[in-house]
Design a protein around this ligand. Structure first.
Ligand code: GDP
Ligand code: MG
Length: 213
């Protein structure tokens, strides 16, 4: 798929929109910070969805990643459709020490993805976070693997705290995205413009279900 190479020099070969999904407190923001921290960017505590940019080279291809994180509104049970729109890859996160965060992936989040994701070839990675707290573990590695098999996605356990496997979570996702031709065609610079547009929508949430109590 080298023909997808973008024309602009010092630009990138592919641009992907990636989402972090999962219950509040599982460590989504920590994973993102841990991943991007070599290019220090602050994770500002804004109300609404925010995203971070990261440039990375994988397999000789320059990627521009737009990684969306929530500012905690997942606590209110639902993210809106524009969060999901145009997504190429999703990192599904649970906390290995809190069983309900694992069961909610099937009960809530997988259903939302099904409902809102406009891209049905969107790639997923299942991630069990906080393995540094192994003595408090409430979900076994085997259970994680079984769920990943059910959703036909890859699986990793990691720790945003020790940074074990954090880079690998994102790299696994990127490698998988690169294997899907339809995603490469969609992985163009259009993504950023759309991200900015969606961000503005979130900054002025008139008429949407209020989440700022
Ligand atoms: N021990 C441990 N704590 C973590 C890890 N990742 C996140 N945390 C902590 O879990 C809490 C929630 O993390 P946060 O990133 O805000 O979760 P989010 O709500 O999913 O974005 C914070 O107190 C983090 O410091 C991890 O890998 N290990
Ligand atoms: Mg967060």
């Amino acid at each position: 798929m080298d023909s997808c190479l973008k024309g602009k020099s010092n630009s990138y070969d592919y641009s992907f929109k990636i989402l972090l999904i999962g219950d509040s407190g599982v460590g989504k923001s920590s994973l993102l910070l841990s991943f991007i921290s070599d290019t220090v960017q602050d994770l500002s505590p804004t109300i609404g969805v925010d995203f971070k940019l990261k440039q990375i080279t994988v397999g000789g291809k320059r990627m521009k990643l737009t990684i969306w994180d929530t500012a905690g509104q997942e606590r209110f049970g639902i993210l809106t459709s524009s969060y999901y729109r145009g997504t190429h890859g999703i990192i599904l996160v649970y906390d290995v020490t809190r069983r309900e965060t694992f069961t909610n992936l099937s009960d809530i989040w997988a259903k939302e993805i099904e409902l809102y994701s406009t891209n049905h070839e969107c790639v997923k990675v299942l991630v069990g976070n906080k393995v540094d707290r192994d003595s408090e573990r409430a979900v076994t590695r085997e259970e994680g693997m079984a769920l990943a098999q059910k959703y036909k996605c890859s699986f990793l356990e990691c720790s945003a705290k020790t940074r074990e496997n954090v880079q690998q979570c994102f790299k696994d996702l990127i490698h998988k995205m690169l294997e899907v031709p339809s995603l490469l065609e969609k992985g163009s610079s259009v993504v950023k413009k759309q991200s900015l547009k969606d961000k503005q929508v979130y900054k002025a949430p008139h008429g949407s279900g209020g989440c700022c109590s």
